[in-house]
Design a protein around this ligand. Structure first.
Ligand code: FA5
Length: 366
């Protein structure tokens, strides 16, 4: 009895003196834990006679109740103190200046791709895509460049060492034209699409980079002729450069997948070392700049794509997106587009809020 009373007093004193939750837990194990002395004392009750039990039980049970209550109270007090201390430690000093807002910008190429899609969507074109890792059938053969065609060598192609399961060569697409084939095979005719995306050629100087961007255009319908092509390109470039005095020159050229083929040049002038688009390229102080290739889709290409050339015809074009971005936003070296230099991006990049729309203007600067 005395033993229980003194041990209880000692336990209550220890609980009162505990300064951490760990110390309190040690005290709980010592008393109420499975092997704690209170628990062991409670177990002895089972072996007693009813009289002995009636005499011994109240002291043990009240010791247990007193210790349990003291443990709970001390635990709550220690937790409250820990919370207070944490709150005091983690106060936010509202007088500090706000951290700098993270700065990111939309790359001019992404911005120009959005501008293109906006303008062509208004002309009724859908956006199509194709894989950047292509096979030589889509990239060359179906575009009327069989294995021995010299144009294949002119494309400076990056090939993969392995072939497809059907034995086709695998390559990084050298132009967006294979998307013409994929779109015609998937959708048939009539069709009106643009296909913007990355293309790859082993080529590098101020106006050529090994990876660059093109936008393909394809219109297949009945009774389509070169006049439709010229009107479409002129309408696009006027909207894109946001000026009416755009003069295009269609120069006879050769592409295996178009017949006839024309290269598209635009007139520009040099103002203070900057190329400014507009005007007739033969006028004084002006010159022509090549923007891309185009032409009427070759009948053989239509056949490769499963269309009957006596029923369907159309035009296609492929423009260098990076080149038209340079011309619109006044950059002079294409390689800087892909250097990932934060200062260049801060200067030429666009705010993510500057969404091109026809109503607000597709050329608004950030
Ligand atoms: C083609 O790639 C054809 N597929 C275009 C075409 C499509 C013609 C449909 C007819 C019908 P070309 O190799 O000329 O053509 O490239 C088209 C444009 O891509 C060029 O005028 C130029 O603006 C751009 N370009 C070509 N090579 C590079 C390069 N290494 N870096 C940046 N731009 C390039």
């Amino acid at each position: 009895m005395t033993d229980i009373t003194s041990r209880t007093e000692a336990a209550l004193a220890a609980i009162g003196a505990a300064t951490s939750l760990d110390a309190l837990e040690a005290e709980r194990l010592e008393t109420l834990g499975k092997k704690g002395w209170v628990s062991l004392a409670l177990k002895t009750l089972g072996g007693m006679s009813p009289e002995e039990r009636t005499a011994a039980a109240p002291a043990i049970q009240s010791a247990r109740a007193a210790i349990a209550e003291a443990l709970d109270a001390k635990k709550a007090a220690l937790e409250a103190a820990a919370l207070e201390e944490q709150l005091a430690r983690e106060t936010v000093d509202l007088t500090l200046p706000a951290p700098a807002a993270p700065k990111g910008s939309v790359h001019p190429v992404s911005q120009v791709m959005d501008e293109l899609a906006e303008i062509f969507a208004d002309l009724g074109f859908a956006v199509a895509t194709g894989p950047e890792i292509e096979d030589d059938w889509h990239n060359f053969t179906a575009l009327n460049m069989d294995e021995t065609h010299p144009a294949r060598a002119m494309h400076d192609t990056f090939y993969f060492p392995d072939k497809t399961a059907e034995g086709k060569d695998v390559l990084l697409r050298t132009h967006t034209s294979p998307v013409q084939i994929r779109a015609m095979l998937a959708e048939g005719a009539p069709i009106r699409i643009i296909a913007p995306g990355r293309v790859y050629r082993s080529d590098s100087d101020a106006t050529h980079t090994p990876m660059f961007h093109q936008v393909e255009g394809l219109v297949i319908d009945r009774d389509i002729h070169l006049g439709h092509l010229k009107w479409t390109l002129e309408t696009f470039f006027k909207a894109f450069f946001e000026r009416e005095d755009i003069t295009l020159r269609l120069r006879p050229s050769y592409f295996p997948f178009t017949e006839p083929s024309v290269e598209v040049d635009v007139g520009y002038s040099n103002e203070g070392g900057r190329r400014v688009v507009g005007g007739h390229g033969d006028a004084p102080g002006h010159a022509w700049m090549e923007l891309g290739g185009s032409g009427m889709v070759n009948a053989r290409v239509l056949e490769f794509a499963g269309l009957d050339p006596t029923e369907w015809q159309g035009f296609a074009f492929g423009l260098g997106i990076d080149r038209i971005a340079m011309l619109k936003y006044g950059m002079n070296d294409l390689r800087a587009f892909f250097d990932g230099d934060g200062r260049w991006l801060a200067h030429y990049g666009f705010s993510p809020f500057d969404q091109p729309t026809l109503s607000a203007g597709v050329g608004a600067r950030a």
